[in-house]
Design a protein around this ligand. Sequence first.
Ligand SMILES: Cc1cc2nc3c(=O)[nH]c(=O)nc-3n(C[C@H](O)[C@H](O)[C@H](O)COP(=O)(O)O)c2cc1C
Length: 180
Amino acid sequence: MNGKNIILGVTGGIAVYKSADLCSKLVSAGFDVRVVMTANALRLISDRIFLTLSKHPVLTDLFSGLQPRPEHVDLAEWADLLVVAPATANFLGKYATGIADDALTTAALTFRGPVLLAPAMNENMWNSPIVQDNLAKIVEKLGVRTVGPDTGHLACGTSGKGRMAEPADILEAVKKTFSA
Ligand SMILES: Cc1cc2nc3c(=O)[nH]c(=O)nc-3n(C[C@H](O)[C@H](O)[C@H](O)COP(=O)(O)O)c2cc1C
């Protein structure tokens, strides 16, 4: 998979710890990975993990760049694929309604290539008709693909649907995108 560029979007879901493994697996598979994190993801995990694993600076602030061209535009043009893992209910809602109020949502709206989302949330959130409507709209309008969520133990202590797909399964879905 040399020569393929991936934006890995990381949002503020408890499954962020699995995103670090995903980042490592993508890099090991030969992808060039640039990570974009939301402010809430940063409250759960350090950007330094992704800096080290991706070997690139992590974009966390839409307005931090000093270069004349906005970084999210450069990133969106550089990437062959956008993967958002985990994709929170909040991210799905913003993406579905065109809200672009941080680096990730702005890059997502700017990006014109294939998108793979790995939703992850509490089962009640996942079953909310609002969340399902948002996801259906994203899939229908933008043709994005999803992987998971899986069923099993959830961080809130219950069992049900909402677990982020395993990093190995997301990697397989990524490879499938490029082989299709
Ligand atoms: C400890 C913790 C874990 C959370 N896990 C999730 C989650 O798995 N999925 C989700 O949709 N929201 C989760 N949330 C809520 C999100 O962090 C919240 O909706 C936030 O606005 C998401 O922002 P972002 O999408 O910009 O990262 C969690 C919140 C906390 C405090």
